[in-house]
Structure formats: structure tokens, C-alpha cells
Design a protein around this ligand. Sequence first.
Ligand code: ATP
Ligand code: MG
Length: 344
Amino acid sequence: MIEKILVLGGKGGVGKSSISAATAVLLSDLLPDKRILLISFDMAHNLSDLLSKDIGNAITPLTSNLWAIEPDANDYAEKYTRDLVKKMKTLMKQMPLVGMIPQIEEFIDTTFTSDSIPLALKNAMFFQKILDAEDINSQDVQFDIIIADFPPTANMITLFEIPEDQVKVVLKYSLNFYNSIKGAMHNFSKMFRQLLKPFNDDYEKRKELGKEIFNMMVVLEKRGERISELIHTVGSLRLVSIAEKPSFEEVKRARDLTNKYINLDAVHINMIIPKKHAKKCDFCGQISTIQQRYLVEIKSEFKNEKIWESNRLKEEPIGLDGLRKLAREIYNDASAYDILDPKA
Ligand SMILES: Nc1ncnc2c1ncn2[C@@H]1O[C@H](COP(=O)(O)OP(=O)(O)OP(=O)(O)O)[C@@H](O)[C@H]1O
Ligand SMILES: [Mg+2]
């Protein structure tokens, strides 16, 4: 059973992936009895780079109790929508006019595929597929803790929004598609009027198919509700910022846009120039002065949240050991309990 889902969000390049991976490695060290999954929900996956290990679209072991995956959204969209797409295609082909023309059949086959599903919807699909308890339980490994490295804010919001509105999105997508075909065919309608007559006999068949599609939509909607509920209960958002204006503004926006989906528990302020170095050079000193100002602002804005501060390290936090160093920098000697439930 999933006990906790940590979601790391924030502006591009602030350290979301590094902090996700560092947190995952530290928790796996601290909690040897828990099974932990680190998952990238950013289409531009980079966990492989951070971990110096090929991960890709398969659950890959990193330690004895930590696994990682960089899911291929297309692959999930394909699996997830195969039946639905097949039925929708059949329905479209059985529609009067549309189904009459051989080229249209080919057009439907080549256009109405999982490749043409909007990216945001695809992302949301694999987000749900991975989090859905039924699917997780069908994996060889079951997970207690999931650490989700999210894309920058705008794409993060769609991951939360779509599970709730997914059916609407799928319907709208299908309708747009159908209308585009119908629109294109409109001018030919007179020509085909005579030919259409026999198609009215297929009405019953279409009705049956329509019912099946409706049932699939209901299943989709239920899954969406299940995931939204799961995120409400065990999800914990951690926003990552650096001590600069654009990143600070973005975490404020991200907080406001996500608060109806997930609880914000902590804010990371990353890449701080250590004070002892700030004194050593003018350049570092000037940057540090700005950072200290934003540190105060961020802490005051997020005074109800746990603040985790982390200095900029001299070495890139790469590989398990590099990430352990970053984790120590962030969490010092905090317990796993403090990390998982910083507000408790
Ligand atoms: N505290 C730190 N000290 C030194 N380097 C860091 C620190 N945190 C992150 N980095 C480095 O900064 C770069 C960006 O980090 P990362 O890829 O984790 O950011 P991100 O927010 O996930 O970016 P994106 O929005 O592109 O996904 C990486 O090269 C990473 O190794
Ligand atoms: Mg990243």
C-alpha cells in the first residue's frame, strides 16, 4: 500500500530532480524495510544522468529497496487507450458519411492514434497508471513510498488537473476529431444521401458501441477520482526554489495553483552560497547578499511550511554517493519521520 507520495515541484533548473533523487536515496538508507520508487514525471527525463545509470521505461533497482523509472508517456498512452481508441475508430467508421469512404478509414486509422493524444493528457495518463493501486499491485514490486520528480510548474498543474477532468478531455479530443472529419465531409453530403440509406440499419450496432465507450469512460473517470483521492490523502508537495526573485515568484504561483489538489508540506531553498565563501570574494558576496534577502522573504512567505535549506555544493551531486552528500546537506540529521512528515 502506498503510504506516502512526495511530489517535488518548482521552476526549471532549481534542483527538483537532484533533491528528489537525494531524498529517495537517503530514505532508502534510513528505511531499509520500506520499498521506495523514484519516478520522473518530466518528459525530459534526467534521472539516468543524475544517477549515472540507465533507467528508462522499466522499474530499475538502485539499492536493495529503491527503484527508479523514467516512464515513456507514449507507451502508457498506447496501453491505456488502445481499447478506447479501437472502439472510437469503429464507431466513427460506422457513422453515416464518414464511414462511406475508404480514404477516410485510412485517415482515421493513421490520425486517431495514441500518438495524436495531447501531451498533457498522456502525461496525466501515465501519472495515473503508475499511481493507481491496481496497477502498482500488479507489478512485481509493491511500493510503500513514491518520490515523484515533477516537471516545471505549468506541466505540473496539468498532472493534477487532468485526473479530475480526464473524461472531459478525452471526449473533447474525440469530438474535435470527429467534427473535423464531419466538417470536411459536409460538402459531399448531397452526393452521398442516396448511398447513406443502408447505414441507418447500423443504428443498433452503433448504440451498443456507444454504450461500451460510455462504460470505458466511467472506468476512466473512476480511476481519475481514485488518483485524486490518493493524492489528497497521502500526497505531500515540496516546492523547490533558489533564493532569487523568478524562482520565488514561481513557487508562490505553484502553491496557489496546486492547493486544491495536494498539501504543501515543505519548501526547499537550494544552491545557497555558504556564508564563509561569501566573505572571500566580492562577486560571491554580492550574490550572497541578494540570496540572503530572498531567504528572509521565502521563509516569511512560507512560515507555515517546513523550510529545508541547502548550500550550493562544490561538486555536482551525481551518482548514489553524490546524492547522499546532497541529502546530508539538505536534511542534516533529520529522521526519516521528519522528512516524510515535516509538519507532524
Ligand atoms: N545543491 C546543489 N549544489 C550543486 N549543484 C546542484 C545542487 N542542486 C542541484 N545541482 C545541479 O544543478 C543542476 C540542475 O539540477 P536539477 O536537474 O536537479 O534541476 P531541475 O529543477 O530538476 O531541472 P529541470 O527543471 O530541468 O528538470 C544539475 O546539474 C545539478 O547537478
Ligand atoms: Mg528535473
